[in-house]
Ligand binder design. Sequence first.
Ligand SMILES: Cc1cc2nc3c(=O)[nH]c(=O)nc-3n(C[C@H](O)[C@H](O)[C@H](O)COP(=O)(O)O)c2cc1C
Length: 342
Amino acid sequence: MSEDDHYRWLRDLLFLLPSEVSHDLTLRALRLPRPFGLFRTDPQSVGTRKRVMGLFFPNPIGLAAGLDKNGICVDGLGGLGFGFLELGTVTPRPQPGNPRPRLFRLRSEEALINRMGFNNRGVDYLVKQVMRARYAGIVGINIGKNKDTPQDRAVDDYLYCLQRVYGVADYVTVNLSSPNTPGLRALQFGEAFESLLSAIVSERERLSDVNDKRVPLAVKLAPDLEPDDVRRIGDTLVARGVDAAVATNTTLSREGVNPRRRKQSGGLSGRPLLERSTSVLALLREHVGDALALIGVGGVMDAEGARAKVEAGADLIQIYTGFVYRGPELIREAAGAFEPES
Ligand SMILES: Cc1cc2nc3c(=O)[nH]c(=O)nc-3n(C[C@H](O)[C@H](O)[C@H](O)COP(=O)(O)O)c2cc1C
């Protein structure tokens, strides 16, 4: 049996369980030295090396945020061949997230709906895990706010997390786009957005002097933005000196989902998200040119989806739902969408 067959066999077994139970089991297995005795791929052997945000990525395919929120499987996931891992979202204090069930499989749509709500063990726990890891790829850390932090104090949470992760992160993503933390997406607009970004960027400048290390900053956006908002956000990111945008998070739309399976609230990911998230990515690239690095994420389930992201202007790609449905074979397949760097 090939590794792909092994994955399909395992996946069909895991899909018999409720979504979050199989998620937890998979993470446990990935903590073993050689998960299931299988799946060991050197990230350097998958696709070509890329330099983005001043960092060398052993290959351009990464794991999107939310799968390893606490950084407990860095070596296990890295060993599957990812060129980079985005850990988190992490918040200053531990929090339980929303009540279960909060993760739903929509198998015929190759999609997921989740309303996890940033369940995580807090930033200090994550930092300890990253310090222990030996993974040689790039580690990004995605930061957010606690649910019970008032909206007008959100900036304190982001600054706290930035300070804590600064020494161990290769890059930091500021998450302003999860639909499951009330008010979070509002931080993408108006005065709240401007003042949050300016505070984060100045703190990064201070930390880079203190640490003698400049950590690139990325901002993760929602796919449900109007084109004018995407352009305005792009302008602000460039003007403030942010390094990258991650486009996109999950959507509140239920386009492409069978009406009978639309009822769960939360963010939709996977195949139905491809077009919407890719159009945000394309618009950003068209508007900002080369002034920002762009990480394309949303609905990459196969080589064709990865090519759509590259054509829209992605420098790097992340996968989450496609990884759940297709397993590690998708990493190599998606990497094939990038031309070797000259
Ligand atoms: C169960 C689940 C949890 C997620 N948690 C986070 C998170 O904590 N932070 C974040 O920025 N994105 C989170 N995401 C969004 C993914 O990182 C990604 O942006 C989105 O799922 C679209 O990519 P995909 O279609 O490849 O899954 C989560 C997605 C899923 C399915």
